[in-house]
Design a protein around this ligand. Structure first.
Ligand code: NAD
Ligand code: UFG
Length: 339
């Protein structure tokens, strides 16, 4: 299959590109590098031993996108292109609505004009909202999101559902990611956040490599077994392989389907820290700090539907996630920038 990855130079997109190339698919990437660089794609090509068709363009630029789609004629699109920092979305909500919604609308319009009928969308567990009971099951309704980033995901799901009602040939697969972490086993590609990391795993990795002094653990008085929040951390290569299954599934049908991509097992912030210390072989400086606004005490996936219907389940362990995250960070202390 020929697959266009919008936002494919980013963290999840680059790992998915590699998984797709390894599964024999052809990959086209469109990215404006607002949160990535072409270096990730160069490394994906090296690892796969095959080229990627790479375009630098903003997905909101309909004339650029139309010319790429009509020239390359993909069978399916995976839509990763979006801004994703929760805290930043509270500061600059309009930038988040503008980028994430416009990118989706432009992509759908251009797909319509060029006859591309299959789309897989990077959604998030955040759409279950603040009040959903755990574990999250796909049959639950979307809930009230706690920040503009989350609302963009919820709104885009609605947009895609409406588009599929209006166009009965459209196939939409909504993938609700839980907490992707880790890196490809080679250590050649991985997560490379700009500035101070917002997310737990890259922060821990940067403490380990000496770029940050101390991990602040946001809250140790939650109603959880050790008082720190619990999340469903999933190895990014498991997630990437889930995309390959979802693509194949979506290409053979019409209408909307939604899948959780998680492991079904939560780990606490302290458990993550200790697993990482085991992987890197030394203790990491940490301190307890105030709770972070908007954090939920715990959530994890019911991962049964993806297993039943896609035949996919996460197979990599917490130790694998930490080993691979450390391998990437140790080999690339400054990420994709030369150190
Ligand atoms: P990322 O920032 O590494 O990747 C997103 C990519 O999209 C980047 O390469 C960026 O340059 C590109 N992009 C953004 N806007 C664009 C535009 N208008 N035109 C072209 N390219 C554009 O993020 P990621 O972690 O790889 O996430 C991929 C997707 O998955 C995002 O939509 C994100 O919201 C979603 N998601 C991520 C997580 C997570 O924890 N990483 C969790 C749930 C959902
Ligand atoms: N945490 C710390 N210290 C840090 C960073 C994080 O203690 O320096 C804690 C947080 O307080 C939280 C846990 O680690 O308890 C996980 O936080 P992350 O920021 O890594 O992940 P979140 O669960 O907050 O959010 C992530 C993505 C969102 C997505 C959500 C659900 O960032 O995009 O998962 O999929 F919506």
């Amino acid at each position: 299959m020929k697959v266009l990855l919008a936002g494919g130079a980013g963290y999840i997109g680059s790992h998915t590109a590699l998984a797709l190339l390894n599964a024999g698919h052809d990959v086209i990437i469109v990215d404006n590098y607002c949160n990535s660089s072409p270096e990730s794609v160069r490394r994906v090509e090296q690892l796969a031993g095959r080229p990627v068709e790479l375009y630098e363009a903003d997905v909101r630029d309909s004339s650029a996108l139309l010319s790429i789609l009509s020239g390359s004629r993909p069978d399916s699109v995976i839509h990763f292109a979006g801004l994703k920092a929760v805290g930043e979305s509270v500061q600059v909500p309009l930038a988040y609505y503008r980028n994430n919604l416009d990118a989706t609308l432009t992509l759908l319009e251009c797909m319509g004009k060029t006859g591309v009928r299959n789309i897989v969308f990077s959604s998030s567990a955040t759409v279950y909202g603040e009040d959903a009971p755990v574990p999250y099951v796909e049959t639950m309704p979307r809930g009230r999101c706690s920040n503009p980033y989350g609302w963009t995901k919820s709104m885009i799901e609605q947009i895609l559902e409406d588009a599929a009602v209006a166009d009965s040939d459209l196939s939409v697969v909504l993938l609700r990611y839980f907490n992707p972490v880790g890196a490809h086993e080679s250590g050649r590609i991985g997560e490379d956040p700009r500035g101070i990391p917002n997310n737990l795993m890259p922060y821990i990795s940067q403490v380990a490599v000496g770029r940050r002094e101390c991990l602040n653990i946001f809250g140790n008085d939650y109603p959880t077994p050790d008082g720190t929040c619990r999340r469903d951390f999933i190895h990014v290569m498991d997630l990437a392989e889930g995309h390959a299954r979802a693509l194949e599934y979506g290409a053979g049908r019409k209408g909307v389907e939604v899948f959780n991509l998680g492991t079904g097992t939560p780990y606490s912030v302290l458990e993550m820290l200790h697993a990482f210390e085991k992987a890197c072989g030394f203790p990491l400086k940490h301190a307890f700090a105030e709770r972070r606004a908007g954090d939920l005490p715990e959530f994890w996936a019911d991962a049964g539907k993806a297993k039943r219907i896609l035949g996919w389940q996460a197979k990599r362990s917490l130790d694998d996630m930490c080993r691979d995250a450390w391998n990437w960070q140790e080999q690339n202390p400054m990420g994709y920038q030369p150190s």
